[in-house]
Write a protein that binds this ligand. Structure first.
Ligand code: AMP
Ligand code: MG
Length: 335
């Protein structure tokens, strides 16, 4: 009997020790830093998030905050949502001055600055013609429609009243769209949000725009630039740290008709898809700027595009030309 009691006690002690060991082990694991990943759909694309923290509770809260931040930007800036602030501007700013939220207004100011810098290659009023295209349905405007709406593409008719935070268009034919800058802005906002919460290592991407905080396990993050004509291949892989990269490509949204590719990057001078290069990636500190510049360089083409990038401190570009050849701005060349 005593033997039985003794072995039962031993068993209990062993169990207790085992549980204590398990708790100690779990709390040790919980206290260890771990990479947290999340993927979701927003702004018509896939957004990805990856960051390092030791707190699973904080990780959960940060994932929710990033999702909410991107969804909020989409609610305000989507041209597809009738209730968005952007849609309201497009419906009214041709008739009267419209007061705009500080966030959207400051993005309009940035977009106009890039228009001035690029002499109109980047122009959010491209949408005055751009909205006639439907890449999913394979629709494009007729030459007559282009001729009628082309004069409405002109960033100079976008009147931004900095004092009253108001926007007004030159005519009611003018429409704007932030597709060339909003995703970069969104990833920038999210990476800033993570940094403000003490995160030191992170990556946030939305479609072709990626913002990076710190390095990854003591090495740079390796970000691939898609091969423009082979979905499963990378054209080049870039080591990045505390930087952003944006890629614009003619393979993102397009349809083919009679061997012609109609894609989503519009030359403001013609109202038609830009010809010349297949893909442009811009690297630099600010994802809002890399996004706008990748679209800009795509429109400007290889020579003019790289020449512009070479004048901007801290920004570099990789261009893939029609013959699928790679070109680098001066800052990425060895000599
Ligand atoms: P991205 O992939 O950043 O080059 O953005 C392409 C998107 O930018 C298109 O889907 C349009 O919404 C918008 N866009 C197209 N052409 C222009 C242009 N010339 N200037 C500014 N935005 C443009
Ligand atoms: Mg862009």
């Amino acid at each position: 009997m005593i033997k039985l009691i003794f072995s039962l006690v031993c068993l209990r002690v062993a169990r207790l020790l085992f549980m204590l060991f398990a708790i100690a082990l779990t709390s040790h694991i919980q206290a260890r830093e771990a990479w947290h990943k999340h993927e979701f759909t927003v702004m018509g694309t896939i957004a990805k998030l990856e960051f390092l923290t030791e707190s699973p509770t904080l990780a959960e809260a940060l994932i929710a905050a990033v999702v909410a931040e991107m969804q909020g930007i989409d609610e305000s800036m989507s041209p597809y949502k009738k209730q968005s602030e952007l849609s309201y501007i497009n419906q009214n700013a041709g008739k009267k001055a419209v007061t705009v939220s500080p966030e959207l207004f400051s993005l309009l100011v940035k977009a106009k600055e890039i228009s001035e810098l690029s002499k109109g290659a980047f122009d959010i009023t491209y949408a005055s013609v751009g909205y006639y295209y439907d890449y999913k349905k394979g629709h494009k405007p007729s030459q007559q429609q282009i001729d009628k709406s082309l004069p409405a593409i002109d960033y100079r008719v976008l009147k931004l009243d900095l004092v009253n935070r108001q926007v007004k268009f030159g005519s009611n034919k003018v429409k704007i769209d932030l597709g060339g800058i909003a995703k970069g802005y969104a990833v920038k906002r999210c990476i800033t949000l993570l940094a403000e919460q003490g995160i030191k290592y992170a990556l946030v991407s939305a479609g072709g725009d990626t913002a990076i905080l710190g390095d990854k396990n003591g090495r740079p993050w390796y970000v691939g630039v898609k091969h423009p004509r082979a979905d499963d291949k990378q054209a080049v892989i870039l080591p990045l740290q505390d930087e952003a990269i944006s890629t614009s490509g003619d393979y993102e949204r397009y349809f083919l008709e009679n061997g012609q590719r109609y894609h989503h990057i519009i030359n403001p001078k013609t109202g038609k898809s830009t010809k010349g290069v297949l893909s442009v990636s811009v690297i630099g500190a600010d994802a809002t700027i890399t996004d706008a510049l990748s679209t800009t360089v795509f429109v400007l083409g290889l020579k003019q595009g790289l020449a512009l990038i070479d004048t901007i401190d801290g920004y570099d570009a990789v261009v893939i030309d029609q013959n699928q050849r790679l070109h680098f701005s001066k800052g990425l060349q060895l000599n």
